[in-house]
Design a protein around this ligand. Structure first.
Ligand SMILES: Nc1nc2c(c(=O)[nH]1)N[C@H]1C(S)=C(S)[C@@H](COP(=O)(O)O)O[C@H]1N2
Ligand SMILES: [Mo]
Length: 350
């Protein structure tokens, strides 16, 4: 793993791990905001509390979750809003991730809507907030609380997950429970989740109203000289595609076949095609897409390339979604969120 910070922990997944469709738990990226993370939990006394505008507040044990409510599972991409931030030009403050603040996993748990139905959501409900057990180092630091609109919360696909790739969630990834919001940036995927509150008003906490805001401009792009005045909470995963192979230390030979492959993803809209250019964007050819392994999973693309010229070859890749939208060349925003602009790869051919 690539260590970005240790307190709070931020660990990035090395690119070569993405050669497999499922990211192993021990290589899954880690990102906490607050320094007081949980390192020990007594699972017998742990409870998930559901309160606020509900008819029957609940305190569910892990055993309740596993035995009283039907389980569900989904393969979904977890991706930090700031993934690939280091590629924004000009540079922006924040963790300087390359492409490894993401991972694809199979999540198992119970549907949030089933938990909410058990508690009985009152009709005035507007939002649902989610908080974990982590805390800031000082009382003045706002706890990490996120929210979803009530209609989204009772959407069948949002999970309260207790398993990741067939194992209990690792402590560093939010043991014992993590909210899984398929198609949305991982900032919403609250880990060490122990409190769910149904609210009669819109939630206005720091991590929704101040942090993770993005311009309403098309393509989530703004100019450093005239920052957009209107911002909204970041939500669904922006269309993007990356290179996984060849990687920097791979030897590529002229007139010899070289597999070029990578990943494309978005908010669940689906990928229609991924195109590769071997002449720095002048001409494009369609790549082969692997079968879909899940609506909210990433999708692998491959291309058999035989380089014809020694020296540096300039490759780029762009995806088009199921609605016909294609990645653009340029994008910038002040927080380095939701990278969607086209990737370039310089390959040295011997
Ligand atoms: N409780 C809690 N949940 C959290 C966070 C956090 O700081 N505290 N960070 C969020 C962010 S920004 C990301 S990218 C993901 C990271 O999940 P991971 O550590 O399992 O990769 O967790 C989300 N859930
Ligand atoms: Mo994140």
């Amino acid at each position: 793993m690539i260590l970005l910070t240790d307190r709070a922990p931020q660990l990035e997944t090395p690119l070569k791990i993405f050669r497999k469709d499922i990211t192993p738990n021990e290589y899954f990226f880690v990102r906490w905001h607050l320094s007081q993370i949980v390192t020990k939990i007594d699972i017998d006394t742990f409870r998930l509390y559901i309160g606020g505008a509900v008819d029957k507040p609940l305190a569910l044990s892990m055993n309740d979750l596993k035995t009283k409510i039907a389980s569900d599972s989904i393969i979904a991409l977890a991706i930090c809003a700031g993934n690939s931030r280091s590629t924004f030009d000009p540079k922006v403050p924040g963790s300087q991730w390359t492409n490894g603040a993401m991972g694809n996993a199979k999540w198992k748990g119970v549907r949030l809507k089933d938990i909410l139905a058990m508690a009985g959501v009152q009709k005035e409900a507007k939002d649902v907030s989610f908080q974990g057990l982590d805390r800031g180092a000082l009382p003045g630091i706002p706890a990490f609380v996120k929210s979803l609109d009530i209609n989204h919360a009772i959407d069948s696909e949002v999970l309260v997950a207790y398993e990741m790739n067939g194992q209990p969630l690792p402590m560093l990834n939010g043991y014992p429970l993590k909210l899984v919001v398929p198609g949305w940036y991982a900032t919403y995927w609250v880990g060490a989740l122990d409190s769910i509150k149904v609210l009669k008003d819109k939630f206005t906490g720091f991590w929704m109203a101040k942090a993770y805001q993005v311009t309403t401009n098309p393509g989530m792009t703004e100019s450093p000289d005239s920052l957009s005045k209107t911002t909204v909470p970041l939500t669904g995963i922006n269309l993007h595609s990356i290179f996984v192979e060849p990687d920097a230390d791979e030897k590529v030979m002229v007139d010899k076949p070289c597999l070029v492959e990578g990943l494309a993803f978005n908010d669940g809209t689906g990928i229609q095609k991924v195109e590769l250019s071997i002449d720095d964007g002048k001409t494009w050819t369609e790549t082969k897409l692997d079968p879909i392994i899940g609506k909210y999973s990433w999708r692998r693309w491959r291309y058999d390339w035989t380089p014809k010229a020694k020296g540096v070859n300039h490759l780029c890749v762009k995806a088009t979604d199921a609605n016909g939208h294609t990645q653009t060349d340029k994008q910038w925003n002040r927080s380095g969120y939701a990278r969607g602009f086209i990737e370039h790869l310089a390959v040295s051919v011997n």
